[in-house]
Design a protein around this ligand. Sequence first.
Ligand SMILES: Cc1ncc(COP(=O)(O)O)c(C=O)c1O
Length: 435
Amino acid sequence: MKATRRYVFGTWRYQRTWRPKLIVEADGAHFTDADGRRYLDLSSQLVCSNLGHGNKRLRRAMAEQAEKLCYVAPGFTTEPAARLGEKLAEITPGDLCKTFFSLGGAEANEAAIKIARFYTGAPKLVARYRSYHGATSGAIALTGDPRRHYVPEAPGVVHAPDCYCYRCPFGLEYPGCGVRCAEYIREVIEMEGAGNVAAVFVEPIVGSNGILVPPDEYMPRLRRICDEEGVLLVADEVMTGFGRTGEWLCVNHWGVVPDIMTLAKGLTSAYVPLSATIVRKPIADFFEGDNLFCHGQTYANHPLCCAVGLAAVEEYQRLDLISRAKRMGEKLGKRLMELKDDHISVGDIRGKGLFWGIEPVRNRETKEPFATRRQRFEPTMLSRMAAEALERGVYVMTVLNTMIIAPPLIVTEEEIDEGIQVLDEVLKIADAECT
Ligand SMILES: Cc1ncc(COP(=O)(O)O)c(C=O)c1O
């Protein structure tokens, strides 16, 4: 549409290369363009449409709340906000119990940064290089990926190496490595001065920076390190929450309770914008006394968005989608692993539940990547493969060297097979460029 190119910015891209498809409707695991072509959504858009498209109960909840009350200042309260807060306390692990609602993942992380600093009185934050935490000032400062290079560095943020077994930053191999990447975070905290560090922020499984699944010891070890060093652990579950990895929350795989958890995307399955910053009881109690909760925004605890969030959580429960994600994830993982046998370009395949990454390489022996971090905003082999997949009726999100396979949790076996068939075809493009 000409008006789009003229009047609307395309995100994270050179504007002159933006040729967006006009999408007019969506249903289940598919969406349809203005020419009537249907596409299988193999990445739940930006890994957010967990319930699939066109869910009737969510639409109805939205309409009913819109009829009653769309907005009221956050100094008042509403039933949807109170009930969703209670629901999140139920479904999140341990004593995570009190929530600040905002509108997107970045805002949830901004609130987490402030809360961590208020609570500890410490200024510094540790995050990892291969991470994305959002586009606003604080969240982009936490972010380690190349998207942060375009804004001035924020003081107080220190980046640590990643838990990336396929390309271990320490050149080690699991399990002989002793999970050095977790221990190194202890070293970073100590070098920065433990009393100066408020929190360590991690995505429990790194999302847009490669679907990096840690070994089972990693998150429990990190929890212990944070406890021993007196630093808060913040789990950014914006992408991994709400059944994506086959558990309600990704940290449940390892029985870890973070001090603060941030949620968005699957919280409303992207039907309306909503995010949550939920804290453990000692932090909630801290703000019951003389400590000011000095944070807020016009759309905090938005009733229309919270009503949809509540309906979304009820849908995950009613359709038993968390166990379904685990079950379908096993099938998806098995089918993806078969691609590794058939394509020399497939370097690594990793994931959990319905959250998988394929990392194609130019050479399996040397693991030479198709693109470097410098090429983050350039056309790459993977963007070519994604364009080809779209031509064949399958939408798949790619970020630099990873294809992100994360269909809606309602995906059927037949749809998985349909997606795999197209991946099988487009991987031949990369095979042909292997050395
Ligand atoms: C792990 C993670 N945190 C935060 C964000 C930022 O969320 P939003 O784009 O809603 O601000 C994202 C977005 O993809 C994300 O993947």
